[in-house]
Design a protein around this ligand. Structure first.
Ligand SMILES: NC(=O)c1ccc[n+]([C@@H]2O[C@H](COP(=O)([O-])OP(=O)(O)OC[C@H]3O[C@@H](n4cnc5c(N)ncnc54)[C@H](OP(=O)(O)O)[C@@H]3O)[C@@H](O)[C@H]2O)c1
Length: 238
């Protein structure tokens, strides 16, 4: 898909990978709809990029519907959804509180699913579209201790994303999954609970800008996936 002129919703656009994706997509000429909870940051970025900001808690089905409606009202449709909003949780399995797991499940899985469901009819009516689901490299490598709850949410997202790709292919909707590796962002400072993981010695994290470039490549190519985990660390898990 050529990005120039396309209507693109980016969730979790107030920081990190989402904000970086908004910047490269704006440079590529996309018409942007930015979603997150932090209104001030979202509106500042939207003003900088000439985008529409829609304050949205992606755990709330009503707010997700309002987000897609706002995009349709402003631009007449939606061509691209970047399902990027997400939160981590880093505690040993024995200490996982079900309410914490439920909260990140609501965001990382249900929010992404509801956003897909909300844009599918709109994309279908336009003859196609692109959805990129932002998973995690932790599902493509042996999970570090403490990451099981978070990895479980992303493994669920992987399954939904792969199913959506198969089910929507005939509608011209390309569904892609990206598996970022450790990336410099606010992610590790805003965990739902716990802390970590400790940085591995010698590990060089990706920049949010690198991940953003790969996300836009997935929109352009419609490829099934992009795995950013270094080859020598891959294996195990979902
Ligand atoms: N950083 C990494 O090492 C890494 C590695 C693999 C995968 N990922 C994935 O990459 C994605 C982006 O994370 P990031 O690294 O850019 O972290 P980040 O800087 O913490 O960004 C997370 C974004 O999600 C938004 N968000 C959180 N809770 C939300 C909610 N309830 N409703 C709507 N938006 C919400 C945040 O905005 P508000 O707080 O303003 O709502 C923020 O814009 C996530 O899905 C994460 O799981 C990150």
């Amino acid at each position: 898909m050529e990005i120039s002129g396309k209507v693109m919703i980016i969730t979790g656009a107030s920081s990190g990978i989402g904000a970086a994706t908004a910047r490269v997509a704006a440079e590529a000429g996309a018409r942007l709809v930015l979603a997150a909870r932090r209104k001030d940051r979202l509106e500042a970025l939207a003003e900088e990029l000439g985008a529409l900001a829609v304050t949205t808690d992606m755990r709330d089905p009503e707010q997700i519907h309002r987000l897609v409606e706002a995009a349709v009202d402003r631009y007449g449709g939606v061509d691209v959804l970047i399902n990027n909003a997400g939160q981590g949780l880093h505690v040993p399995l024995e200490e996982i509180r079900v309410e914490d797991l439920a909260s990140i499940m609501q965001l990382n899985v249900y929010g992404a699913l509801l956003a897909m469901q909300a844009v599918i009819p709109v994309m279908r009516s336009r003859g196609g579209g692109s959805i990129v689901n932002v998973s995690s490299g932790t599902t493509r490598m042996p999970s570090p201790a403490g990451a099981s709850a978070y990895a479980a949410t992303k493994a669920a997202l992987n399954t939904l994303s792969q199913a959506a790709r198969a089910e929507l292919a005939d509608d011209g909707i390309a569904v892609s999954t990206i598996y970022p590796f450790v990336t410099v962002s606010e992610f590790h400072d805003t965990l739902r609970a716990g802390s970590g993981p400790r940085p591995r010695p010698g590990l060089v994290p990706d920049t949010a800008e690198r991940v953003a470039d790969v996300i836009l490549d997935l929109v352009r190519t419609g490829d099934a996936e992009a795995v950013l985990v270094p080859e020598h660390l891959r294996g195990g898990s979902a």
